[in-house]
Design a protein around this ligand. Structure first.
Ligand code: NDP
Length: 258
């Protein structure tokens, strides 16, 4: 895993990617495999996650396996991480990427919506990060890296423009919470040589984004690059943060917002 020239080489590693079966996570799983590490994909309900893992294994010649696990369920997460450590491990990195949104005006949101979102976007990240960190500390592994998919919405609220903004106040606030969580974990776990960073993508073309065409046009007009990101454009920073080139980067949040 030592830096190899300026090519990022994760050979010999094992990276856990939550939500690694589709959207941004799928591209991260592929990028990890391309960099030479085996991939443990955690998913919740998709029927084709095992096929996705098999395709990655075949295409990139590394081990890849899918694990069905709701990241909001702490005891299931502990069991799953321990299974991954035994079957594919030793685990060397984590991308806590699984996330959900609920788009509704604030006046229609309720307690259940809050719990649903925070259970995945904040507690889910914590559950997986804690389980993986414990495994590392128990086997005295130094140099583990955790990358969390936060969002640019941790910092700014959607600009109003000529149309109503995308209404997702619980989602946006959960991303602010998870970025802060990363900073706290980074501070606490530095003594174990564990780094924790967040990436903060702007608008990315995936299933999570339901945008009215007029709002999409407005967003494109206000993003300097003039378009949404493709999921694969979120992988570079993630791979960098997983690697030892980022050995002095912890507690940060990195915008990838065009
Ligand atoms: P997708 O909806 O395409 O994918 C979501 C992934 O998360 C799926 O793999 C899904 O698994 C998994 N997942 C959801 N809930 C759980 C759960 N409880 N336990 C385990 N896995 C779960 O979303 P994106 O790829 O767009 O989003 C990935 C991350 O990026 C999210 O955290 C999102 O907030 C963030 N993000 C996205 C942006 C965008 O514009 N797309 C912008 C900024 C941040 P399954 O397939 O089984 O349902």
């Amino acid at each position: 895993m030592a830096p190899n020239g300026y090519v990022i080489d994760l050979t010999g590693g094992c990276i856990v990617v939550t939500g690694g079966n589709r959207g941004i996570g799928l591209e991260i799983s592929k990028a990890v495999a391309r960099a030479g590490a085996s991939v443990a994909i955690i998913y919740k309900a998709s029927q084709d996650a095992e096929d996705v893992a098999a395709q990655i294994e075949e295409r990139y010649g590394v081990k890849a396996q899918a694990y069905k696990c709701d990241v909001g369920d702490a005891s299931l997460v502990t069991k799953t991480v321990s299974k991954i450590e035994t079957e594919l491990g030793p685990i060397s990195g984590l991308v806590a990427n699984a996330g959900i949104t609920i788009q509704k005006p604030a006046l229609e949101l309720n307690t259940q919506d809050f719990q649903q979102i925070y259970n995945v976007n904040v507690l889910g990240v914590f559950n997986v990060a804690k389980s993986v960190a414990k495994v590392w500390i128990d086997r005295q592994f130094k140099g583990g890296s955790i990358v969390v998919t936060s969002s640019m919405s941790s910092r700014i609220y959607n600009r109003k423009g000529p149309h109503d903004p995308i209404t997702q106040v619980f989602y946006n606030s959960s991303k602010a919470a998870v970025t802060n969580l990363c900073k706290g974990l980074a501070a606490e776990w530095a003594k174990h040589s564990i780094r924790v960073n967040a990436i903060a993508p702007g608008y990315v073309d995936t299933d999570i984004v339901e945008v009215d065409p007029k709002v999409r046009q407005y967003i494109n007009d206000t993003v300097p690059v003039g378009r949404f990101a493709k999921p694969e454009e979120i992988t570079g920073q993630t791979i960098l943060l997983l690697s030892e080139y980022a050995s002095y980067m912890t507690g940060g949040e990195y915008l990838i917002d065009g």
